[in-house]
Each structure stands twice: as C-alpha cells, then as structure tokens.
Design a binder for this molecule. Sequence first.
Ligand SMILES: [Zn+2]
Length: 431
Amino acid sequence: MHINCMKTSPMGIYSYKNKNTICLPLKKYALNSLYMRKLVTFFLAFICAEVLGDIGVNMNYEGANAIINKIDGNSVWIKPDFRDTSTRWFYWSIELTKTAGKKVSVYFENDDFLGNQGPAYSFDGGRTWNWLGAKSFVRHNKDNPSTYFTQEIPKDVDSVRYCFSIPYTLDDFKKFAAKFENNPNFKINKLATTLRGNENFSLSIGNKNVPIKLVMLARQHCCEASASYLLEGILAEVMSDSPEAKFLRENTEMFVVPFADLDGVRAGDQGKNRRPHDHNRDYLENPVYPSVKAIMERYSSFPSGSKIIGIDFHCPGRLESESYFYYSSKEFVAENTKKLSQILERLAKDATDAMPFTSKYDVIFGERRNNKINSSFRHYTALMDNTYIGTTFEFAYADSYGVVFTPERGRNFGKLFAHAICEYVRGIKDK
Ligand SMILES: [Zn+2]
C-alpha cells in the first residue's frame, strides 16, 4: 500500500516538535511583577507543550491520503496526494493524534479542497462520521491565502480523523455483508485479482434463470464514497422481506461490484483520471484493470434475449449539490433511463429522511460533460443490443437541495432507488 507522508515511524505516527525557544533576559525583569507574571505564564505554557506535546499525524489506516507540509503546535498544513492522478483532484483523509482538549486547525495553502459541508470528522477512529458543517471553515479567496478549519476537541478524544467526505471502506462493506453470511441469496464470488494483489469480489443475488439482468457498480472512481451508501441501501432493500425485494429477487439476476477500484479504495487514492486512464475509461478491447476485464466478460456473457439494466454509481464534482443520471447516446437506452429517473423522482417526492432527487438535472447526450463517446462503462453498455438501461448515476457528496447527506439518508435513498428499479422492471418484464 503506497502512503505518501513526510515522515512515518514504524507505527505510522508522524510528529513534528515545535522549535520555539525561550530567550528572555531574566535578570532585567526580575523585580517587575507584570513581566514576572508573563514569564511565569510563558514558562508554564512551555512546560505544558513539553508534557502534552504538539499534535501528531497518523496515516496508518485504509483510505489515508495527505501530504503533510508542516505541523506547528495544534495546526497542520496539508494537501491531497494526487499520486497517479493526472489532474488536480480533492480527496484527502488524515488522522490527528494527541488532540484531547485542544483546538486544532487544518490548513490547505493557496487552494481549496473542501466540499459544501466542510470536512467530515470522526471521533471514534472512523466508525461514525459527521460533517463539521457549512459554516465551519474559511475558503481560500483573494482575502484568505488558505482554506482552513478549526475544531475544539473534547478532553476525552485522543485522536480525530478528517476526510474530504464521509468515507465508505472495505470494512464498512464487510460489516454490512456479515448480516447475510449464511443467506444463499447473497453470494460473494471472486471477481479478479487486482494489479496490487487484492482479491476483488462481486455479489450474485436473485434468479439466474430470468432474462432481466441488473448490473450495479460503484467506486470506479475510488474516492466517490457517498455512492457506496446508496448502493448499500439498494442491497439492504433487495435482501429484505418487502414485496419489492421479493419481486426483484424472483425476476432479476443481480451482478454487483461494490468496489470496482478496490486497490484505490484501500490505499486512499483519488482514482479519477489515473494515468494512463482510470477504471471508467478502461472499457476497451484490452483493459488495463483486471476488475474491469471481469466486469466486461460478465456483461457480454448474458445470453441474447436478456434485458440488461446497467447502473454505475458515482459522485459528481466537489461542490455540486444535484444528483443526476447521464443518458446514453443510444436513444432506446436514454428513453429507458429517463423512465427510471422519473419513477425515482416520484417516489423521492414523498420520502422522509432520504436524500432528495429530481430528474431535471439529468444530462442528455450532447450536453455538459456528456458530449462525446468514450470508453466508459455507460458507453460500453450502449454497444450491447440487449441493454435497456446503461447509465451513470451521480450522487451528490455532501448535500442536495438543502438536505445534508448522512449515511442513513444515503441508504434510505438507496431503498427508494430499489423500489424505482422494481417498478421499472414490472413495466418491461412481460414485453
Ligand atoms: Zn466518478
């Protein structure tokens, strides 16, 4: 696992001593009580700093990503580590240590790598997360050289983890999947051995003897974690006892890849615009990534007469607050995607405590970034005669229409998404 930080001990702890020194002419001020008080205060501060030490940084966990430029007192200056990404991107994740009772600050010099809700933070080593909030930070602009945020850390919190968005790791998926350990309807199969030697996997759910095939992917761009909560919500609903779940398990065969770029998820890479190209530009005759090759082999193995629904879950730009579908260049596929989008919009209207959705930001072919055929999954699906829906769904990272993203609202939106797929499938099942 490649982790680039300035200096790492065997335990992954980086610490930088404050070099401030005391230099006061003691004799001159010995009889002056004001100076004495200042001297005593300064001396006590020095003793405290020596006893408690400056904050440290831990980069020894899955998903960590930052280049540490400086640590001074309770402040740290960092920037994202782009690694093999060819363009400026914005994923970062860092754990500060020795934080109990301190007011800590994180600075990004001359740049901005925060979303709409500021950073996500965790006081329990990444188990639970919250956003620091839309008013918690100062953005880099002409008056402020740095983007930065500050947080008062409770006395009993020894370390705090920060991330660009709320992460979703392999461990999160394992916790979810453990609920279905002995369930024959939830099969975990080997997908491929990745370039870095990870064993990637796919899920097989439903009925393999029916023509409707539901292919769902996430994390082709590994940093796009909010989309994983949506996918988990779909899977949770599909595995439930609801009428929609039973219908979907009986009438579709599901092939699901939760981490298309598993290497990047584990290492905390950006994943977007990797050199020579990223996973979602790898749908070529000779794919670079074994996981993509395996996805293509599976997709193309569905027999003629199949009706395939292929959905690739992503997150949009750093500051985008809309979730939306990309429509295919192929009219039949675009029309079917639009149908699904409109069902989802209708279901989302009455939902409570789920992320909201409207189809009005969907991107038809020829508009915005959907203006040319490329080697993405979406365009790959359009090459297949039996594709009904082949789409990218962009799920906003941090908020939508004033509703702040939480894992629970992401999962609840996934439940709606599963119901929308169910309604769409009912419409094509007997045609
Ligand atoms: Zn993406």
